[in-house]
Write a protein of this length. Structure first.
Length: 95
């Protein structure tokens, strides 16, 4: 039996992410990875908002994708005082 370790992650809209989450909350979010900002920071675009996400090299999927592919990211909300909400990505699924 295969266990989905990400089943407890809450599937959210980007509006809900920005307005109703707590630091450390586990979420999933659908959208497109559109731009690399730094070594491990990217711009993730949903239908509603642009979200800054942090992705380590080993968390990228093995299959190739580009900014046109719809992705489902799983990660942890990072809320720092006077900083924009970001997501520390732990897994990416290409949909």
């Amino acid at each position: 039996m295969k266990v989905d370790h990400y089943a407890h992650y809450q599937d959210l809209s980007s509006s809900a992410l920005l307005e109703h989450t707590e630091d450390g909350q586990y979420i999933s979010l659908k959208g497109h990875l559109v731009k690399r900002l730094t070594h491990d920071t990217y711009l993730f675009k949903t239908n509603e908002h642009d979200i800054i996400v942090e992705i380590d090299d080993f968390d990228f999927p093995k299959e190739a994708f580009d900014q046109h592919n719809l992705l489902n990211i799983f990660g942890e909300v990072d809320r720092d005082f006077l900083e924009p909400v970001t997501v520390e990505v732990e897994r990416i699924d290409v949909l």
